[in-house]
Ligand binder design. Structure first.
Ligand SMILES: [Zn+2]
Length: 388
């Protein structure tokens, strides 16, 4: 028995106006200060007024939200007693909102101790809407959350099927003004998520569909939205691709290894998440193609490539990933990030340990040993194609 979970997805023109249809009394909007300044909260508030819903704003979510912030937000929810929680922002705001929701349901919970096996009864108190303002994390359609332990300086990923939002609103007007570098980095995250979902032993008919479509949309629309942020057709399709990609991996597993390696790099060097995972993606594809080119060939055929063998098709796809990355200003090697080789090698054993320790590793189609993982980190530093 297997499950495919996703929220009601509202997309297309004027999607935000769906908020006028929701029924309730009080909403708590969970976001960051910047989105208040940019007027995004006002846009949401306007729609809530139409619905006759009172609201309060908790705008203290920082990038990589801390345990303290989540607890503070939960306290606000407990005092205000909303029947809707609205997560508005990038992955940080939406993840914080989902955790606040769990703690609102069961106040004694520690954010880092959220598990899929606990019953939080959160939905009996409030429902959840997530509204992304970037097209990358796809947190609006998943039940995964990341919280930062500021004392131990580490990120903790937690999950609960109860934390799946009721509604995800994809309104491309909210991502129109994303700067080029954010469009590029988050777009690479979408590409990585879709390939991670496709290249997993847990893949199934329901996860393959959204993964393949997301890959196709990224190749069609990422460069266009990077070149011209006002290209609303491209923006809308990238926002859809982001949700599709995350529907895939979150219902299967992210198992290409680019998040394993990307998380490790991002933990030691201040590089954005999308850049980290995007950088390792073609190397992971090359590593996989040595034994399971057929899976990558399936994606290559879906986007219109023709080839004599699975390996040839996989290689065409890998080449296309590198060309796309280069065309939107992404580095193709760690060296290009101006990370000193000695500094990289110094933390290499820890990066290998962290990458090997991620829960998704057993679902990989080709599971590396420590030696291979170390080699992959080194090849990616130099920009050398994987030949093992
Ligand atoms: Zn990601």
């Amino acid at each position: 028995m297997w499950y495919f979970r996703n929220p009601l997805i509202v997309f297309g023109d004027d999607a935000l106006e769906h908020l006028r249809e929701i029924k309730g009394n009080r909403a708590l909007i969970i976001t960051d200060e910047n989105l208040v300044k940019l007027g995004f909260v006002e846009k949401v508030a306007k729609e809530l007024k139409h619905a006759g819903i009172e609201y309060k704003v908790f705008d203290q979510v920082e990038p990589d939200p801390s345990i303290e912030t989540v607890k503070k937000g939960a306290q606000v929810a407990l005092e205000y007693q909303p029947d809707w929680l609205i997560g508005l922002g990038g992955g940080s705001a939406m993840d914080a909102a989902k955790m606040i929701w769990m703690l609102y349901g069961t106040p004694d919970t520690e954010p880092y101790a959220i598990t899929p096996f606990q019953d939080f009864e959160a939905r009996s108190k409030a429902k959840m809407v997530c509204i992304p303002t970037t097209s990358g994390t796809g947190a609006e359609v998943t039940w995964f959350m990341v919280v930062t332990d500021t004392v131990e300086q580490r990120k903790i990923a937690v999950a609960s099927p109860e934390a799946l939002p009721d509604i995800a609103i994809l309104d491309s007007r909210l991502i129109k003004d994303l700067p080029k570098n954010v469009t590029s980095d988050t777009g690479m995250d979408v590409l990585s998520h879709s390939l991670e979902g496709l290249c997993s032993t847990w893949r199934n008919d329901f996860t393959d569909g959204p993964a393949l479509m997301a890959i196709k949309l990224v190749f069609q629309y990422l460069k266009r939205s990077y070149d011209n942020g006002s290209d609303m057709e491209a923006r809308e399709h990238m926002l859809n691709a982001s949700a599709l990609a995350s529907m895939s991996w979150s219902n299967g597993m992210a198992a290409l290894l680019s998040h394993n390696m990307g998380h490790a790099l991002g933990g030691f060097f201040h590089i954005t998440h999308g850049k980290c995972v995007g950088l390792y993606t073609p190397y992971n594809m090359e590593y996989l193609a040595k034994v399971r080119a057929d899976v990558l060939a399936q994606a290559a055929k879906f986007i219109g490539f023709e080839g004599k063998s699975d390996l040839e098709l996989a290689q065409q796809l890998i080449k296309k990933v590198r060309e796309l990355a280069r065309s939107i200003g992404q580095p193709l090697s760690v060296k290009e990030l101006n990370i000193d080789r000695k500094a990289y090698e110094k933390v290499l054993p820890q990066m290998v340990e962290r990458a090997m320790g991620e829960a998704s590793l057993p679902a990989a189609l080709r599971i590396p040993d420590e030696k291979d993982m170390e080699k992959m980190f080194l090849y990616a530093y130099d920009g050398k194609s994987i030949d093992f």
